[in-house]
Design a protein around this ligand. Structure first.
Ligand SMILES: Cc1cc2nc3c(=O)[nH]c(=O)nc-3n(C[C@H](O)[C@H](O)[C@H](O)COP(=O)(O)OP(=O)(O)OC[C@H]3O[C@@H](n4cnc5c(N)ncnc54)[C@H](O)[C@@H]3O)c2cc1C
Length: 581
């Protein structure tokens, strides 16, 4: 199994030449994000991930988590690796210094998560979900709850979970039944069962903080009656020491297709003591604070698994000899079809990195820029790109992992190669944190009503226009211009068709998200190609240009099959009777 090497050159290219990360250091609070610090963070994170965490990826998969009478033991080495990761300050990289964090931009944490997910996607979930819990507490928790819980979560001394799903409530959270009864002393007793809870129980840390969706007895039906509660595994005494065990019981863990190193737990809340976060019945809104960051994190899991599969496939293709290629090359990397697969993997992976890092930068601007209108514009971009980062990057993870198996031939199907693990791991990324269909419905529904897709189409058109005199970019500008017109036409069709029949956007949402994502990738490939053209004597930049050309010629044309499929409408999708399917 090939070792993971952090793609530092590409990461630094995206940070410096594509998204211009140095601009963040000009924002209040981010002055420390100087070029030296950025490089230092990437170097040091790469070391711990390559040397300590990535080597546990395969053993974690083989060994899995073990359940014994309510306790869960993670695979060998995970606990020690987690403790090292937390003690080295990585869990608090982008958290406030007020709570023991380092106060660096989220963009840097994104780059670290890119590496962490590629190194060990199952491991990455433990700190990953804690981030969502922290964000919800920062945004909506009372001062008292923040004082008690935020520092320990920031430093990684404790971990957090998101407890949304119940057997009857998955995509549809209006069906949440877990109950919370007010004890009129600032606490609630919470009763119910949550399923599929990532990191619900494990042996890394002494306390686990659950953020749980539940209903008050008099709550309105549906999503308007959901509140959010913080429920610790162990209560906290007034002197901050750990108190009694709260009746939060892990009933079992799931046997899964992939991410075996991550514990997926059935959690019973047996009149557990909880504290309400924010106001009653506003839990769904607070949940989206957690979910939005978690969705970006899952997108990074798609990117990470794609990166790792791509590295493994390239390494194998440079060594495997099968038939002399038409160009005389001895190894399979010289066969045009193998090259097609590798270039597809590389172009999609690098594209996802650019979109993810830029979205992270917009997130930082949306939080830290002194001008409210700039913050609003950046926030709009994050809102637009969240479903794209989540769904397209995770679909990419599956496509690239599958191509990775194909590049390795029979060896790819065999466990020892490590490639089949990537394919198994990748699938869940398309499902949790809102399935990719739910992401797509968000894009064609709420985001379209806010004009966000339309606004970015205008921005992309302006960018193409601004570059139009650059003849060296014609290879991508020309197909992008045609593709953008098609996207615009499809968007207008969707808006009109939605008024005629709401099933029209619903039937085409996933295809529309893919179409939109391809254009978004194209937009960033224009920026990347322009930057690479400036340094053409550098072999990395030559390869970057070749990849941009491959994207423009071989991947962007996918839009021409997607657009007519979208505009064919819902009738053809729904025509068959239920019994006839
Ligand atoms: C390994 C793992 C870890 C998880 N971790 C967590 C966690 O930490 N916390 C947590 O709360 N949950 C967690 N989940 C649950 C996960 O978020 C849900 O599985 C997911 O949201 C989908 O819900 P569901 O499984 O009930 O599928 P369903 O909602 O039943 O969906 C089934 C299918 O129907 C489609 N569908 C459903 N509704 C619609 C609609 N309105 N329009 C179009 N299509 C629709 C879906 O896209 C899907 O294809 C985890 C799940 C797994 C497997």
């Amino acid at each position: 199994m090939p070792e993971y090497k952090a793609p530092q050159r590409d990461m630094m290219f995206v940070l410096n030449d594509v998204i211009n990360v140095s601009e963040l250091a000009e924002l209040p609070g981010f002055e420390d994000a100087t070029p030296d610090i950025v490089q230092g963070v990437i170097d040091e994170a790469a070391k711990i991930i390559e040397n300590t965490i990535a080597p546990l990826n395969e053993t974690g998969d083989r060994e899995g988590c073990r359940f014994d009478n309510g306790t869960v033991t993670a695979p060998a080495g995970f606990k020690e690796a987690y403790q090292l990761y937390a003690e080295s300050g990585w869990t608090g990289l982008d958290k406030s210094i007020d709570f023991g964090g380092q106060g660096l931009p989220y963009t840097l944490a994104t780059a670290v998560t890119d590496m962490l997910s590629a190194g060990n996607d199952a491991f990455s979930l433990y700190p990953g979900l804690t981030n969502g819990a922290c964000e919800a507490l920062v945004e909506h928790g009372s001062q008292e709850l923040q004082d008690i819980y935020l520092e320990k979560l920031t430093t990684g001394e404790w971990t957090g979970t998101m407890c949304l799903t119940e057997p009857q409530a998955g995509s549809d959270l209006s069906q949440v039944r877990t109950k919370a009864i007010d004890q009129n002393d600032g606490t609630y007793l919470v009763e119910g069962t949550k399923v599929f809870i990532t990191g619900g129980e494990h042996d890394f840390v002494e306390n686990i903080i659950h953020l749980v969706l539940a209903r008050l007895p008099d709550a309105p039906a549906g999503v308007k009656g959901i509140s959010m509660f913080l429920i610790p595994k162990f209560m906290i005494n007034s002197d901050a020491s750990l108190g009694e065990r709260n009746p939060v019981v892990c009933a079992s863990i799931e046997e899964k297709m992939g991410i075996h190193g991550s514990s997926t737990c059935v959690m019973n809340f047996e009149n557990a003591v909880g504290y309400m976060i924010g106001n009653p019945n506003e839990g769904l809104r607070y949940m989206f604070t957690m979910m939005n960051l978690a969705r970006l994190m899952v997108g990074l899991q798609g990117l990470g698994v794609a990166e790792r599969a791509t590295q493994g496939a390239i390494e194998y293709a440079k060594e495997r000899k099968q038939a002399t290629a038409i160009n005389g090359g001895a190894t399979i990397i010289h066969h045009p079809d193998v090259r097609r697969m590798l270039m597809t993997m590389k172009a999609l992976t690098e594209g996802c990195r650019m979109v993810a890092y830029d979205t992270a930068k917009q997130y930082d601007i949306s939080k830290a820029h002194p001008d409210a209108s700039v913050r609003k514009t950046a926030n709009d971009r994050v809102e637009l790109m969240t479903p794209i980062c989540k769904a397209f990057a995770t679909d990419t993870g599956c496509e690239v992992a599958s191509l990775g198996v194909q590049v390795l031939g029979g060896a790819g199907y065999i466990r020892e190669s490590g490639m089949e693990q990537h394919m198994r791991d990748a699938k869940i990324f398309c499902i949790y944190e809102g399935t990719n269909a739910i992401q797509a419905l968000d894009l064609v529904g709420r985001k379209m009503k806010l004009n966000l897709p339309q606004n970015f189409i205008t921005e992309m058109a302006a960018k193409l226009e601004a570059e139009s005199s650059n003849s060296e970019l014609a290879f991508i500008l020309e197909p992008m211009k045609i593709a953008l017109e098609l996207l615009d036409e499809t968007t207008q069709w969707l808006i009109k068709a939605a008024q005629e029949d709401p099933q029209n956007p619903a039937a085409a949402a996933v295809e529309y998200l893919t179409l939109y994502s391809l254009l978004t990738h194209g937009y960033f490939w224009v920026i990347a190609a322009k930057a690479a053209l400036i340094k053409q004597d550098d072999s990395f930049c030559q390869a970057k240009l070749a990849t941009a050309q491959f994207f423009a010629a071989k991947i962007l044309p996918r839009v021409h099959s997607l657009a007519p499929a979208i505009m064919s409408g819902a009738a053809v999708v729904m025509a068959a009777e239920e019994d006839g399917i």
